[in-house]
Design a protein. Structure first.
Length: 381
């Protein structure tokens, strides 16, 4: 494939400083991410002021490394793409300011990208790599620490391109409180399992499933009943149900204290924490994850049936969850639909997805100038 348009993407919406070069919206030439997990871990969540400060420290070396990996000079970039929103306003401002400066100095086009559209294009990047094609209309579930939202994704009329340009988005469901990833983080904090909660709870849930096979879980969480839009999500009640269960069963307390002591001593790996989780704790974690996955899968499948979707796209940090992937694969087997995931590296926030999303925006003429500002509540449409 000839490379006509090489876009440098910059992503700084939350707690990852990322830069990437993508050619023609599909070929990833480099993808560099500087994570801030270690900085925010002791606070149990992202501290916006610390995130902005770290973006300032990391953005120049991260962009430099992305260019080196792509074997390019800065002047060879054809356009600069930046995340405009949604996200933390201070964090977004760092990436936008740097992107505007580069675009102005190099006299290159500046392309603003919606972070959520980036997650959609992360799926397309992976599909292209695997030689698969997404059929439209599609339903996309974007599920992470900050977002749990369902979109109907369609091709624009009179559009025959094969590189996933000119898409339109219609939001059909969203979380009314905690996002799924946020619920994972809060439950992990209740159980003294560190931050971020998603990866370790996923691994412990798999252990809990095997260790307690055939045994009744210590509690069962029923589905959340929603008034109004039945495709909306709510995970706050599930997190609260875990909290009440722990309060009503003091037998969890000693293990929680032991794990907290381990965390305080810097022993925060899966290998260190697993021996401090008894079978009851593992079964509780498995039941929590089963409930989250059931909700995400059932409502996404309902949305796909309601919209006569031909494909299901799942993206965002929680898309890396092993049980979620397995559950979707199982459900679509007899449905006639295909399910698409990004790789685990492209599931979490990254700049390759921003550069990929920018290509279609560039082709549509959606450019910005130096007056571009962050929009922390930017709507995808």
């Amino acid at each position: 494939m000839s490379m006509h348009m090489r876009i440098l993407g910059i992503e700084s919406s939350c707690d990852e400083t990322a830069a990437a070069v993508v050619a023609d919206g599909l070929e990833v030439l480099s993808n560099v991410v500087a994570s801030q997990i270690e900085i925010h871990k002791k606070y149990g969540g992202v501290v916006p002021e610390l995130a902005s400060r770290e973006h300032l420290r990391q953005i120049v070396p991260v962009v430099r490394e992305a260019l080196e990996q792509a074997n390019m000079q800065l002047a060879e970039v054809d356009a600069i793409a930046v995340t405009q929103g949604p996200g933390l306003v201070g964090a977004l401002l760092v990436g936008i300011t740097y992107g505007k400066t580069l675009a102005s100095a190099l006299k290159k086009p500046l392309i603003p990208v919606n972070h959520l559209e980036g997650h959609v294009h992360a799926v397309f990047l992976e599909a292209h790599r695997a030689g698969r094609k997404v059929k439209f209309p599609a339903v996309c579930l974007i599920v992470s620490g900050g977002h749990t939202v369902l979109y109907e994704v369609s091709e624009a009329q009179n559009h025959e391109s094969v590189d996933y340009q000119a898409l339109s988005y219609h939001k059909i469901g969203q979380t009314r409180d905690d996002a799924a990833g946020e619920a994972y983080d809060k439950v992990a904090k209740l159980l003294a399992l560190g931050y971020p909660g998603g990866p370790i709870l996923d691994r412990l849930a798999n252990v809990g499933n095997g260790a307690n096979e055939g045994a009744a879980p210590p509690v069962k969480f029923g589905p959340t009943k929603m008034r109004g839009n039945a495709l909306d999500f709510s995970f706050s009640g599930l997190k609260t149900a875990v909290l009440y269960h722990l309060r009503e069963h003091p037998e969890y307390s000693e293990d929680i204290r032991n794990r907290q002591a381990a965390l305080d001593a810097g022993e925060n790996t899966f290998e260190k924490l697993l021996p401090l989780c008894n079978k009851q704790t593992l079964a509780l974690i498995h039941e929590f994850q089963r409930s989250v996955v059931r909700t995400l899968v059932e409502q996404t499948m309902t949305a796909a049936e309601n919209t006569s979707a031909e494909s299901i796209l799942v993206s965002g940090g929680v898309a890396a969850n092993s049980e979620l992937r397995a559950a979707f694969e199982k459900r679509v087997t007899s449905s006639g639909m295909e399910v698409f995931f990004p790789s685990r590296a492209l599931s979490t926030d990254n700049a390759a997805m921003i550069a990929a999303g920018a290509y279609s925006r560039f082709r549509a003429g959606s450019l910005a100038d130096t007056s571009l500002n962050p929009d922390p509540a930017l709507i995808l449409k």
